[in-house]
Design a protein around this ligand. Structure first.
Ligand code: PLP
Length: 393
């Protein structure tokens, strides 16, 4: 188009009404930070639950670029979805129900975490063709959840070794998961894990990788790092430690102190502003009433979008650089903020959480307001919220 001809107004950037902005540069930087802090040979980046709500495919791609040695998911279908999106490199899936499709997993080159003799037999039965099925044995070491219990180990290791000799499987790794109940409890779990490693080696297994620690143990307990750590929440720039319960009671383990950058910003566009008189009831049950003439801003996010109703009357919001709190009940689709006489208008940006260094509230403030943890806040952001990926490169 020649200059001066057919001039049109510049397109105005219309931002989605409900938006979770995911900063992939932060994800990559966090992976480098975790590597530096843990110093392990390898790193498994955990992208289960849609990468903790951040978007599994873009995060997985960024993680592979940043040098993740493996991706971790809970469900086989999560792994296959990554393959369908063209993600290459090892993917480990470790939580299987009775309907688990091991054959589909193996043809999708998904490594299988195996938590029982029954699962091992099912994986062996599903193996076809020449390629041995890549398996990692998951040992129960105290958490009382997923993993083969000590009483199953002799059979598990013997049958795995036999299948390996027959070329049906390859036992790539041994792993377990700890409770974070206390450093002593986690050290006790590590001792059980060591017994498992010894017993597996005595049975003839030669795993290339052994791993016990997720973010909390990886960051706080060097003895539990082995050659690999499985890191989820820290990759998203969040601390695995509760604000008042860091390992030594200090602030050493906040995200900022660890050098982690929260990757998700949750924002919405102010959908309505109304002037009300003193005594106006706000939202269901009128748990909030205005005490002066004031402006109420309507934020179009509710519990269907993952904004916990339990944070009613408490959750923080920043509009125009000023901080407010939710007033009254959070409803399914919306909540209200009392902005006083401040100049807040329809179309303004309301930030619920993000990187606190930018002035945004921290995810942890919402977690505290709702009586939960940061993990639950980010993983529950709902499907009506547009995910926008941001990155400099
Ligand atoms: C979810 C999960 C992780 C990641 O935990 P973070 O605390 O987010 O680092 C690691 N390992 C297993 C087995 C998990 O289920």
């Amino acid at each position: 188009m020649t200059e001066g001809q057919h001039e049109r107004p510049q397109p105005i950037e219309v931002r989605p009404t409900r938006e979770a902005i995911v900063d992939l540069d932060a994800v990559r930087a966090n992976i480098e930070t975790v590597r530096r802090l843990t110093g392990t040979d390898q790193l498994i980046v955990v992208v289960k639950a849609d990468a903790y709500g951040h978007g599994a495919v873009p995060v997985a791609r960024a993680a592979v670029e940043a040098g993740a040695d493996r991706l971790g998911v809970a469900d086989i279908r999560e792994g296959l979805a990554l393959r369908d999106a063209g993600i290459t490199g090892p993917i480990l899936a470790w939580l299987h129900g009775p309907d688990a499709d091991f054959a589909a997993a193996l043809s999708g080159d998904i490594e299988l975490g195996v938590s029982s003799v029954e699962q091992l037999r099912a994986v062996i039965a599903a193996q076809q063709g020449d390629a041995a099925a890549a398996v990692q044995l998951k040992l129960e070491t105290g958490l009382s959840r997923n993993g083969a219990s000590v009483s199953q180990w002799p059979t598990l290791f013997a049958e795995a070794a036999e299948a390996e000799r027959a070329g049906l499987i390859r036992v790539v790794g041994l792993f377990s998961h700890v409770s974070n109940a206390s450093p002593e409890d986690d050290a006790a779990a590590a001792r059980v894990f060591e017994q498992g490693l010894d017993a597996a080696r005595a049975a003839g297994l030669t795993p290339e990788t052994t791993h016990l620690a997720a973010s909390a143990a990886a960051l706080a307990l060097p003895a539990l790092r082995y050659d690999t750590v499985r890191v989820g929440v820290a990759v998203y720039g969040l601390s695995p430690f509760e604000p008042d319960a860091s390992a030594d009671g200090s602030s050493t383990f906040t995200a900022a102190a660890l050098g982690l950058r929260p990757a998700m910003t949750l924002r919405a566009t102010v959908a309505a502003v109304r002037r009300v008189e003193p005594g106006a009831g706000v939202s269901y049950d009128y748990t909030y009433r205005t005490d002066r003439p004031t402006n109420l801003a309507l934020i179009p996010l509710g519990y269907a979008d993952g904004i916990p109703r339990a944070a009613s009357g408490r959750g923080p919001v920043v509009i125009g650089g000023r901080r407010y709190r939710v007033c009254g009940r959070i409803a399914m689709d919306q909540f209200v903020v009392d902005v006083g006489d401040d100049d807040v208008r329809v179309g303004d940006d309301a930030v619920l959480f993000g990187d606190p260094s930018t002035g945004a509230p921290a995810v942890e403030e919402w977690a505290e307001a709702a009586g939960t943890i940061n993990y639950e806040i980010v993983t529950r952001i709902g499907p009506r919220v547009t995910r926008t990926v941001r990155e400099a490169r």
